[in-house]
Design a protein around this ligand. Sequence first.
Ligand code: FDA
Length: 508
Amino acid sequence: IFTKPINSKDFLQCMASKFSTANVYTKESTLYSSLLLKSQKNPRWLNSTLAFKPLYIVTPSQEPEIGVTVLCSREHGLQVRVRSGGHDYEGLSYLSRAHFVLIDLVHLREIRINMEDQTLWVQSGATLGELYYNIAQRSSTYGFPAGVCPTVGVGGHISGGGLGVLTRKYGLVADHVMDARLVDVNGRVLDRKLMGEELFWAVRGGGGASFGVITAWKIKMVPVPLTVTVFTVHKTLEQGANKLVDRWQQIADKLPDDLFIRIIVQNVGGGSYGVKKTVQASFNSMFLGNVQSLISVMELIFPEMEVGAKDCKEVSWIESILYFAGHPSGTSREVLLDRDHQLYKSYFKAKSDFVNQIIPETALQQAWERQLQVDEAYMVMEPLGGMMNHIPETQLAFPHRGGNLYNIQYIVKWKVNEAEEARRHIHWVRMLHAFMSPYVSKSPRTAYFNYRDLDLGINGNNGTTSYLEARVWGTKYFKNNFERLAKAKRRIDPSNFFRDEQSIPPFG
Ligand code: FDA
């Protein structure tokens, strides 16, 4: 199917004969550029000469249109890329090294909530913000555990796992998926029953892009209290951040499941005001209860932080979503419906680790001193433990469960889209990652698939990568689940039509 020369008219004729071209945009269409640019979150990819831009962008409004797009793409030697929220760290949802059709699910955003059994169906093109908002409009006591950034798409996020503030209490969002709908390589729409349990297992944590186009998810909501408490305590190195982070490492995964405390380490000061440039650790927390109970817990378990009522704020669960998303107090919840909020767009490169033993204080201190070499860098440390310890590694394709204390994300950002700027910052974050290697998980050194990192390894251009080659990066994301994922892939897509730089090759 990949041998036919590409004739750009053939694809359009195919779409016209089988469905319609009403939602197909060519490079000549006036809307092409704005559609391509709109939902991508890492604009560093857009000047990339290493990749092609899509020959066509299709914005389907119903499932059969996706099936036809897949069939016409196959017929005419084109690959497809699927985009839901466009947050892929390496731009894989909208760029490719091969000629391709971009299926952008921006019109598939329906959310149907059933409060009787506390379930919902959400189409993949919806954002987390849209979903959070819609749930809160229906109930103050139900939510779901997922990521903190409201513009993240449901499609990519859930298929990669989905970590967030409620993870210690309830696990991943993927742990609460009850059903899914997927368009396969033959254009068929499969639900859980039709796709079978192996494929249903694979798309919960193994990423969707290797298996088909996931159009919708059925999720069981989880209870949240009417009032939750949030706080953020900032400490610079000079104020003893190091000692507190060290203490946090000892307890963060063992805290009561209702308590989530993550750490964001970033540079502060410098600039023209004569304030000394230093590193600050922000302890950013949510507790599923009121202030009084939180303070009692903190006094007992983490007195060194000296959290008092003045640091805390009682809010509703939906207000806590706005808080973690970085919106100032009083921001209307309607901001969650803004899919293109500029707050979350930047030139960046990120890498990730899982940590299963305490990192020596001196090593962390040295990592933060490195941070001062660049203007904008973050180390985000998110606690695990709690419910994550009770779910076996093989339950879903996402394997990073018990035994991990926390995960770290290293993020570097820059302001100007110039090759030299990108090169310098990417080199810096790679060096930091290399520096951390003695202190984090080993054999394999693991990483979170949703924090995509092409440095871990990439497939060959034409889908020629063998299972053994892909295993090098695959086991970092999926540990021993990688083999099972490759077998599920063989069953659903043996010709490896759905492929990209880090898709799972068929095996077995
Ligand atoms: P995008 O549309 O770019 O897709 C990502 C990948 O999934 C691509 O390979 C794409 O082809 C595939 N895909 C998307 N939709 C699909 C579908 N319907 N069917 C099949 N394949 C599909 N993560 C986390 O766990 N917790 C967090 O708090 C955050 N926070 C966060 C903040 C910011 C600013 C960013 C940029 C990212 C995060 N993430 C995160 C990471 C996020 O979960 C990850 O990038 C997701 O893959 C994004 O999903 P989108 O649909 O937005 O991405």
